[in-house]
Design a protein around this ligand. Structure first.
Ligand code: SAM
Ligand code: DTB
Ligand code: SF4
Length: 352
């Protein structure tokens, strides 16, 4: 099939069809990666990756039944539940994230939606993190318009709310809310003026058409999400997906490349699952157009690569951490140097 799109174009389209997306996936691997690189280079510095740090501010006992999630109260994953974290503790973690060179702090809660009584604390967290000079992101479940507006007013930059998979596969994974519920929340987030972070999970037993469907839903939104996390399923013991079949790594990389082509100006985030990926696999996802990661030893409840492994990989690949516009190069460079120095010291004492 002939694609109507010239190679490396920057035009943002909202009318992608399954046939066109499938044609991209069917390209020879090298041709697909080449095309994704062209698009990437026309829209971003190809050697820059944005880094965000995650923190679980309320853990476990979630009323939703997402089959992939260690925090769902429907499954026994042995996870220790924690109530909403105190604001000062959150700010302490945010300060540490900034010291390691992170530019965005993403706070996640295992809620179906935030309760009215929790809002004042959550809003304080947004204000406090913002005052530290970090970009703010939250993922708290569903939002009505009023809660979205309150968060926006407090200074929340991004709201993360994943579509997770195609509309067709959705109810095989989650039964306690609908795909339309997710779209409604994203609509409220857009209306409030916040930026959207929305993506999905691969490797849950979905078909290739489901992966096309997820990307089409994201790309064909009236305004594409500014940030698109692509998670590889982390198989957690006790969840219904603990024995899901592995997705071919090359298909994961292809999905990143197709996402990059369909959403040329969005940051595509290589999200959960990095802990079990080789450095070479991660390098290929960066080649395919991924330009954001979660940085720090822990995602929400599962492990992530250690910061020194990431910094070493970035150095080997000649990748720089994306700066915040308002942040001077020196401020962030100093933070990264401090982290490296501390790690060298730790290594010295460990080996002594
Ligand atoms: N409760 C809120 C919600 O679902 O929107 C926010 C937190 S929830 C943990 C955020 C996202 O993490 C989910 O939408 C899902 O995409 C991702 N996630 C959760 N468990 C995962 C796993 N085992 N592997 C990969 N991604 C996962
Ligand atoms: C996203 O897409 N992935 C992150 C973030 N948004 C909130 C969460 C990944 C969670 C992986 C499982 C865990 O650590 O609990
Ligand atoms: Fe709850 Fe979010 Fe986990 Fe679903 S993904 S069970 S909503 S914490």
């Amino acid at each position: 099939m002939q694609l109507s799109m010239p190679q490396g174009q920057t035009e943002i389209r909202h009318d992608w069809t399954n046939e066109e997306v499938q044609a991209l996936f069917d390209l020879p691997f090298n041709d697909l990666l080449f095309q994704a690189q062209l698009v990437h280079r026309q829209n971003f510095d190809p050697n820059e990756v944005q880094v965000s740090t995650l923190l679980s501010i309320k853990t476990g006992a979630c009323p939703e039944d997402c089959k992939y999630c260690p925090q769902s109260g429907h499954y026994n994953t042995g996870l220790e539940k924690e109530r909403l974290m105190q604001v000062e503790k959150v700010l302490e973690k945010a300060r540490k994230a900034k010291e390691t060179g992170s530019t965005r702090f993403c706070m996640g809660a295992a809620w179906k939606h935030p309760a009215d009584k929790d809002m004042p604390y959550v809003l304080e967290m947004v204000k406090g993190v913002k005052e530290l000079g970090l970009e703010t992101c939250m993922t708290l479940g569903m939002l009505d318009q009023s809660k979205a507006d309150q968060l926006a007013e407090a200074g929340l930059d991004y709201y993360n709310h994943n579509l997770d998979t195609s509309p067709e596969f959705y109810d095989k994974i989650i039964t306690t809310r609908t795909f339309q519920d997710r779209l409604d929340t994203l609509h409220h987030v857009r209306e409030s003026g916040m930026k959207i972070c929305s993506g999905g999970i691969l490797g849950m037993g979905e078909t290739a058409t489901d992966r096309n469907g997820l990307l089409i839903q994201l790309a064909n939104m009236p305004k594409q999400p500014e940030s698109v996390p692509i998670n590889m399923l982390v198989k957690v013991e006790g969840t219904p997906l603990e024995n899901a079949e592995d997705l071919d790594n090359l298909d994961f990389i292809r999905t990143i490349a197709v996402a990059r082509i369909m959403m040329p100006k969005s940051h595509v985030r290589l999200s959960a699952g990095r802990e079990s990926m080789s450095d070479e696999m991660q390098a290929m996802t960066f080649m395919a157009g991924a330009n954001s990661i979660f940085y720090g030893e822990c995602l929400l409840t599962t492990p992530n690569p250690e910061t020194h492994r990431d910094l070493k990989l970035f150095k080997r690949l000649g990748i720089n951490m994306e700066q915040r516009i308002s942040e001077s190069d020196e401020t962030q460079e100093q933070a990264i140097m401090n982290t490296l120095q501390k790690q060298q010291d730790d290594q010295f004492y460990y080996e002594a």
